[in-house]
Structures are given as C-alpha cells and as structure tokens.
Design a protein around this ligand. Sequence first.
Ligand SMILES: Cc1cc2nc3c(=O)[nH]c(=O)nc-3n(C[C@H](O)[C@H](O)[C@H](O)COP(=O)(O)OP(=O)(O)OC[C@H]3O[C@@H](n4cnc5c(N)ncnc54)[C@H](O)[C@@H]3O)c2cc1C
Length: 417
Amino acid sequence: MSEHPATTGKEATTCAIIGAGPAGMVLGLLLARAGVEVTVLEKHGDFLRDFRGDTVHPSTLRLLDELGLGEQFAALPQSKLEEIAFPDGDEGLVVVGDLRRLNVRHPYIAITPQWDLLNLLAEAAEKEPTFTLRRNTEVTGLIEQNGVVEGVRYRERQGGTGELRADLTVACDGRWSIARRQAGLRPKELPVPIDAWWFKLPQHEGEESASLTPTARDGRFAIVIPRSGYYQIAYIAKKGIDASLRARGIEHFREEVAAVRPELADRVDRLGSMDDVKHLDVRVNRLNRWHTEGLLCIGDAAHAMSPIGGVGINLAVQDAVATATVLAAPLRKGEVTSSRLAKVRRRRLLPTIAVQALQQLLHKGVAEPIVEGRRTGPPKPVIKLMRRFPKLSFIPAYLIGIGLRPEHAPAFARRVS
Ligand SMILES: Cc1cc2nc3c(=O)[nH]c(=O)nc-3n(C[C@H](O)[C@H](O)[C@H](O)COP(=O)(O)OP(=O)(O)OC[C@H]3O[C@@H](n4cnc5c(N)ncnc54)[C@H](O)[C@@H]3O)c2cc1C
C-alpha cells in the first residue's frame, strides 16, 4: 500500500474508486488482486461509523471463504441469526425466512460491526502492491472532457486539493453519491412508508442478548441489535414524522421506546436529547442507467435499499464482484468501453429488482399496516400459510440470504486461507 502525504497536484491511476464502503473496498481488493492499479478515496479517516448495516449474509460469507478471508472473518466478534421472524399478534413468532434451510456452508446471517468487515477487507487489500487507500480524502467533483469522465477532483482533510486521473471512475459513494449527481444520473424513487431512528442504549452485564425480532405496538416497531456492551436500536415509524418527533422532545421519545420495548424502560433516560437519535430517511431507488462514459455507479450509488432484510451491504458486495469480474481484464488492457460498463448493470439488474420488489412487498404487507396501527405483524393468511407449510420460509431466506444470480470470486481473486 502506498501512503500519500497531503499533496496538491495531478496524479493518475487505472481505476479510481470513490468511497470505501462495502462496494468500494471489495472492488478495490478484487481489482488489486487482478493486478489493476486502483486507488480508493474515502472522505473519513476510519471506518468507525455508527448506525450502518451490520448484516453479513450467506452470499457474502461464501465470498469471504473464496477470497481466503473466511477464517479471519470468523474470528471477529459476531452473533448469528438463523431465522427472520415476526411477531404474529397472538401466538408468538412466525418464521418468514429460515436460513437453516439453505444448502450453504454458512446458513445464517452474521451480525458484525461494519467497521470490522471493512478493516478486514482493507488489511487484505493493502497487501497488494497495486492498491492504494487514501483516507481523509473527499471527492469534490468529476474531471470531465467532452462528456467523458477522466477522473476526480479531491480535497484532503489537511487542506490539500488535487486531481486523480483514471481510465475508469467507479462511484461507490453511497446513496447520496456526488459522482452520480454530477454525471446527471438520477435514480427513480420507489414509495416507502417508513423511516428509522437509530440510537444506542447500554446492555446490562449478564443480560441475555435480545433477538433481532421486531416488536410492534400502536403504530411503531423496534429492532434491537446486540453489540458488545450496548444495543443498537432502530425505532421504525411512519415516514415524514421526524420534525414532529423532534418537536415533541426526548421525554416523549423515551416513552415511545419504553412502550414498544418495555425491557428497555429502565434505561431510556440514557438518551440525553434528540441529538442522540439519528434519523434515517429510508429510501428505495434505482438508477435506470448505471454508467456514463468513464464512470460506473454500483452499490447504494446505483440502488438505495430499505433496511428491511438487511440486504444493502450484500447487494453492494455482489455488485463489486460482478464489476471486477467483468472489468478486470479490460482495465488491464486499457479497453474499458461503455458497452462493457453496461454489462455490469445487465448482470446485476435482475437481482436488484427482485430484492427491491420483495422489500416493496414487505413494506406494503407488513411495515405499512404496522406503522398505521392496523396490525402488529404479517397478514393472518400469510401467518397461517407459513405455519402450515414451514418449508415456504426457504423462499424469502434464499432471496434475502443468497439472492438471484449470486456472484462468486473470480479465479484471479481466490486465495486459500
Ligand atoms: C442506518 C443504516 C442502517 C443500515 N442497516 C443495514 C443492515 O443492517 N444491513 C445491510 O445490509 N444494510 C444496511 N444498511 C444499508 C447499507 O449500509 C448500505 O446498503 C451499504 O453500506 C451500501 O454500501 P456502499 O458501499 O454502496 O455504500 P456506503 O456503505 O454508503 O459507503 C459509501 C462510502 O463512500 C464514502 N463517501 C461518500 N461520499 C464521498 C466522497 N465525496 N468522497 C469520498 N468518499 C465518500 C462514505 O464515507 C462511505 O464510506 C443500512 C444503512 C443505514 C444508513
């Protein structure tokens, strides 16, 4: 890995990747293993961001094995989720996705802080001589010449600015992608009935870990994710109420949380003010075109996902694997064309649409009735069906855990751990 001091100047690489999230880090690692000169620019100095996706699905676990990183990943602090269940209103829980039914080596979702996964990927990538990660480096714009993207402009935390020229720029800068906006690519927004509010509360010593099962009550629901020593909690309610929730103040919010998760009533006063509660404006959207000449968008930059099902990281990772598989050889030969960029979208469109359609279904059939106070779980006929034919829970488990057209590590990226 090469370290860059605060410089001002013009530099060049083969592939510039904007953003070191799951998409950017996996793409950087794979391209570097293919011998492609690659630079990842990340505006933050580290990966320690609260309230990001933490769910690593069977498809990503398999990929980590193929990359020779499975053992290192297994050594990270994590909990395992084997089923996706909803409260059914009266009889307890109904399992809608049973991951144990999947015929894979890791039939579960690993819940691991995203920064641990990203650090692991960064360490692996930094072993490759053609890989550079530039932290504290924010991309401020694209370099364009006659409609062709030729790299990026950046600003470093220490104040230096510069340009990085690249044969290909890949936007992995998430759902508010600056590169996408500057390239004039606009995603189509799909309707979403919910928003999420994230916060932390302490976990008492010896306390049994809460499960990831959502609990619902009177128009809101909550999901409690166990972490080391604390819980990360998502409070989910109707879209568009953030301003009124904040106006009503922290005392009201504490009462809301205690009502939906009574076991947390003894500690909700640890929320000092509404500043401790982070609003997530839930979006589901998708670009129609994922590229312009010289630029490709993948991951959340191409398609923001709802947190329902925790699929965002995994789709972003799959996009990155597809991108490396399709583009590594053309990048090495200097032959990246628009039609090759379009191939990435063609390969990833169906899996993306399928997951977004499932999320839309869950929004409409489960989340919306809950936040409107009409129900506290899935529709009764679905509950009955799942109870009668539990094998059906294989279908959502497959769509969420593996997805359509799962990607495998290309031969050039495989290692034995
Ligand atoms: C609160 C929250 C909870 C979520 N929960 C889950 C979950 O449980 N499971 C799940 O799978 N998904 C979840 N998601 C979604 C998931 O985090 C994303 O789908 C996934 O991280 C997308 O990966 P990405 O690499 O495409 O983008 P991101 O993870 O968003 O990464 C983008 C990166 O680009 C950097 N960046 C942005 N702009 C610039 C710039 N101009 N210059 C340089 N760097 C830049 C950012 O700092 C960031 O590191 C959640 C998202 C949020 C916000």
